[in-house]
Design a protein around this ligand. Structure first.
Ligand SMILES: CC(C)(COP(=O)(O)OP(=O)(O)OC[C@H]1O[C@@H](n2cnc3c(N)ncnc32)[C@H](O)[C@@H]1OP(=O)(O)O)[C@@H](O)C(=O)NCCC(=O)NCCS
Length: 156
């Protein structure tokens, strides 16, 4: 498995967009496939945010994760954010999600020289805690209670 920038593999957008649309549609019923494709296209950057990574084997994409300046309206004072973490259902439980998160953290530190990173989750607080993230603030998104989490990227 390799982890690369989405901008170097834009052909995977056709697979990722329907996955993301189906997963988030219960919360964002107005979303369309075109909107999901547009959003992924906007993440096709190398040295600026937003950027997305893909986990893949050269033929198939397994998952994605993004680095964004802000991922939750009202919290623009916090930056940057890990977001858009998604692994295809049949590829879960193999450490791909964890590796995508670690790759975003590495880019944040080495490419953007930032020492902390945030995320927002509705229901994966325990999963991120296991990856070294800490709950930072309670929040709300689309009427749902969520948690903002934070991770320090300073080398110990
Ligand atoms: C969350 C997600 C990215 C994890 O991807 P993954 O590739 O399966 O992750 P990993 O293989 O690195 O980790 C899987 C481990 O976490 C555990 N896990 C999964 N969901 C969990 C949760 N909600 N709480 C705690 N542990 C969880 C699994 O049981 C597994 O444990 P094991 O390694 O002991 O078997 C994936 O389930 C997914 O895409 N979910 C839908 C989208 C989503 O929720 N994204 C996060 C939005 S904030």
């Amino acid at each position: 498995m390799q982890i690369d920038l989405l901008t170097d593999h834009p052909n995977y957008i056709d697979t990722l967009a329907p996955w993301l649309l189906a997963y988030w549609r219960p919360f964002l019923p107005e979303d369309t496939l075109e909107m999901r494709i547009d959003k992924l296209v906007r993440h096709c950057n190398r040295d600026t945010m937003p950027l997305a990574l893909v986990a893949h084997d050269g033929d198939h994409v397994f998952g994605t994760a993004a680095l964004r300046t802000c991922d939750l309206p009202g919290y623009e004072r916090l930056t940057p954010w890990l977001g858009g973490v998604f692994v295809g259902e049949t590829f879960r439980g193999r450490g791909i999600g964890a590796k995508l998160c670690q790759a975003i953290e590495a880019i944040t530190r080495t490419r953007f020289h930032l020492e902390e990173i945030y995320l927002f989750t509705l229901d994966k607080t325990q999963w991120y805690s296991n990856l070294g993230w800490s709950a930072y603030l309670s929040c709300e998104w689309e009427g749902q209670p969520g948690t903002i989490m934070k991770k320090s990227l300073t080398p110990p």
